[in-house]
Design a protein around this ligand. Structure first.
Ligand SMILES: [Zn+2]
Length: 190
């Protein structure tokens, strides 16, 4: 087996100090024997190709790392762990895959908001405010209402440990109603 190189000093003398299952693979905590730095690696089976269709019709390949960077930016400073973000990204990829290997960029943005909302509503709002260019409180309120009133199928299957004890659990409604003024900003793939 190939040794994992230390991202800090490029030494190949690294060891695994913790291994943990994540929703779609394995997470390993590693330590470099040469420089002592610690880092985390994620292992998962290679993803089938998913095309993201942008608003102007262009296609680009679904890029999980890019998505993760967008999620991490939105969750910056919030009590959201890298594992939780990985779980959100895995859920989004799974939802997109179920859509037949292609997904509108808007839908990816929508899924990202909903996935984040399950982990930390504030992160979801931060995400939405960037990707929807929310101009005022009314728009913000509309987004928040949609999180509650318009759950996506499969949302229940997003297996994420809540960051806070379940006293403050947000209840996601089951209303069939779909808000008529779905005013969508441009949602580039995060
Ligand atoms: Zn090192």
């Amino acid at each position: 087996m190939l040794n994992v190189l230390c991202p800090f000093c490029s030494s190949d003398s690294t060891q695994v100090i913790d291994t943990r299952p994540i929703p779609d693979g394995v997470r390993r905590r590693r330590e470099c024997i040469a420089c002592g730095e610690r880092f985390t690696t994620y292992e998962r089976a290679e993803e089938p190709r998913i095309d993201v269709i942008k608003r102007d019709g262009r296609r680009e390949r679904f890029d999980r790392q890019k998505l993760l960077r967008g999620l991490a930016r939105a969750a910056g400073g919030r009590p959201v762990s890298a594992d939780q973000l990985e779980a959100v990204a895995a859920w989004i990829a799974e939802q997109a895959r179920q859509g037949g290997g292609e997904a509108q960029a808007e839908r990816i943005g929508d899924l990202a908001e909903r996935g984040l909302a399950r982990v930390d509503p504030v992160s979801a709002i931060q995400f939405a405010s960037v990707y929807r260019n929310l101009a005022d409180l009314d728009q913000l309120e509309a987004v928040v209402r949609r999180f509650k009133d318009d759950p996506l199928p499969g949302e229940d299957q997003l297996a994420i440990e809540p960051p806070v004890p379940s006293g403050s659990k947000s209840s996601i409604g089951r209303s069939r109603e779909i808000s008529s003024n779905r005013r969508r900003g441009h949602v580039p793939q995060p």
